[in-house]
Design a protein around this ligand. Structure first.
Ligand code: FMN
Length: 213
């Protein structure tokens, strides 16, 4: 089986959010898709280990923020590489509320959904959500998953359904790989000479989390 062909499937980049009691939380997903138009219904696949998963199960509701090519990279760094278990992600970005559901303020638009069904796999739950409210916020270009990889040079962590382990290309000099998001440093300045306050361009974690391979 050539799993590389799975990388030819197309997706967008979203934040799926939910309430955790009084506190809003959420995570980046690429797996939102529309299932039917009447009543408007979407599906999203969320890893069992993601804190957002438990919050959606508890509340029976979720919101989707459609990220744009202009979305603040801090959104993906916070929502895609940290957990709501120990991080208040919505204090790091601007938020708007719709019907009591938190949404990323600089998104292209939002959906708020009521869970009407669930499908379990070994690792992920596919939530089916009937759309309760939907709105456009900007005319910016939605970010595709291909744009995230090719232009932003972003990576996907292990909990993303599309994760595939990458082997850094063989070369003579050492390669520095971010242990949080998998970004392989490829700048002109030798890694050792980067200033101590330098951070990973994808997940914004410090230089110290990079491992020499
Ligand atoms: C580009 C990208 C796409 C992702 N897609 C998904 C996804 O579709 N489903 C999922 O469960 N996790 C996905 N993730 C991983 C979660 O966003 C990540 O594990 C997050 O830290 C979970 O946060 P939480 O514990 O607060 O829920 C993705 C991450 C990135 C960066």
């Amino acid at each position: 089986m050539d799993k590389k062909v799975l990388q030819k499937l197309s997706y967008g980049v979203y934040v799926v959010s939910a309430m955790d009691g009084d506190r809003p939380t959420g995570c980046v997903v690429n797996t939102v898709m529309q299932i039917t138009s009447s009543p408007a219904t979407v599906a999203v696949s969320v890893h069992h280990d993601n804190y957002t998963h438990d919050c959606i199960v508890k509340n029976g509701r979720f919101a989707v923020s459609i990220l744009s090519q202009d979305s603040d990279p801090a959104v993906i760094a916070a929502f895609g590489f940290r957990s709501g278990r120990d991080t208040d992600k919505f204090t790091m970005v601007k938020r708007t509320d719709f019907g009591g559901m938190p949404v990323i303020a600089d998104a292209v638009g939002h959906l708020t959904c009521r869970v009407i069904g669930k499908l379990e796999t070994d690792t992920h739950t596919v939530f089916l959500g009937e759309v309760e409210d939907a709105g456009m916020a900007s005319a910016a270009q939605p970010m595709t998953y291909a744009y995230y990889h090719e232009v932003v040079k972003g990576k996907s962590p292990k909990n993303a359904p599309t994760y595939q382990e990458e082997t850094p290309p063989k070369q003579d000099k050492p390669v520095y790989v971010c242990s949080v998001c998998g970004h392989v440093y490829d700048g002109d300045i030798p890694f050792e000479e980067l200033p101590e306050d330098w951070v990973c361009p994808v997940c914004k974690q410090p230089k110290s989390v990079f491992q020499k391979r």
